[in-house]
Design a protein. Structure first.
Length: 279
């Protein structure tokens, strides 16, 4: 079966406050705990702490203004707000999650007849595994927020059966995106759940959008497609999770911030930080 890919485990590249288990051709992440996940990993980040990405890390627009994007372009100089009474802007952000889901489906549905066992771009995971990973993280974010988890990720894993077709993988991932959107709509602005600190709904929404966009990019690269994520959604993710991001094309900047490409004046990153917690 496709092994679960856990956003709170040592092999998921979204957190790194301790030294994670190092899979082949990969180092470091976004997680703190040590629940085993699959033997492969992908280039992603450190949330509230610096992680390091694999040496192999690589280098449709939404129609509405993003509710994830603060008016100032950032919550404050650290990407955090000062209290529960002043959450980061964009707490009603289910629309952005669904827009990212729609972009994913538009990009990948025409190519479900391709070989999804190939590597997803420069990741160690196959396209199949990467799609399952997106679904896993989305359902984990939804559960975390709905349960109001306070001090760790809940011990939850999503397992996709090995007979799942690419069409079914996209259905599963889309369904998990919709479940996150439901959780976001149900959460009030003062809701908090743990993601390396107390994260508000806008943080979980931004994490979900980031997950969908970047891994759709990875899968598309593996399938030989020249897909770029929608610029407004990239701008929303940058404003919420990467407050110190440089100016420029939001698509290029988000890909740079997550270690996938170099910019003309900046080398490819080997570590980075997402700031979802609001303090």
């Amino acid at each position: 079966m496709l092994a679960p890919m856990n956003p709170h485990s040592a092999n998921h590249p979204e957190t790194a406050e301790t030294t994670p288990r190092t899979p082949p051709a990969a180092t470091a992440r976004e997680t703190v705990e040590t629940t085993p996940t699959p033997p492969a990993a992908h280039p992603r980040a450190a949330d509230e702490a610096t992680g390091q990405t694999p040496a192999t890390a690589s280098s449709s627009d939404a129609n509405s203004r993003s509710s994830l994007t603060p008016n100032s372009g950032r919550a404050d100089s650290t990407g955090a707000t000062s209290s529960r009474d002043a959450p980061a802007p964009g707490v009603t952000s289910a629309d952005e999650v669904r827009a990212a889901k729609s972009a994913m489906l538009a990009a990948l549905t025409p190519h479900t007849g391709a070989d999804w066992d190939v590597a997803a771009g420069t990741l160690d995971w196959s396209c199949r595994e990467t799609a399952a990973h997106i679904a896993h993280d989305l359902i984990a974010y939804a559960t975390q927020l709905t349960a109001r988890a306070t001090d760790a990720y809940l011990p939850l894993d999503l397992t996709v059966r090995p007979e799942a077709t690419p069409e079914q993988l996209l259905q599963i991932t889309a369904g998990c995106a919709d479940l996150l959107a439901v959780a976001l709509r149900a959460a009030g602005p003062d809701a908090r759940a743990w993601h390396w600190g107390p994260a508000d709904p806008s943080g979980f929404a931004a994490l979900g959008v980031n997950e969908i966009l970047l891994h759709t990019y990875d899968i598309a690269a593996g399938l030989g497609l020249g897909w770029r994520p929608p610029a407004p959604l990239c701008a929303a993710v940058l404003a919420r999770l990467f407050p110190e991001a440089p100016a420029g094309d939001p698509v290029e900047v988000l890909l740079w911030c997550t270690g996938r490409i170099a910019l003309p004046d900046r080398p490819r990153l080997t570590s980075w930080v997402l700031r979802a917690a609001v303090g």
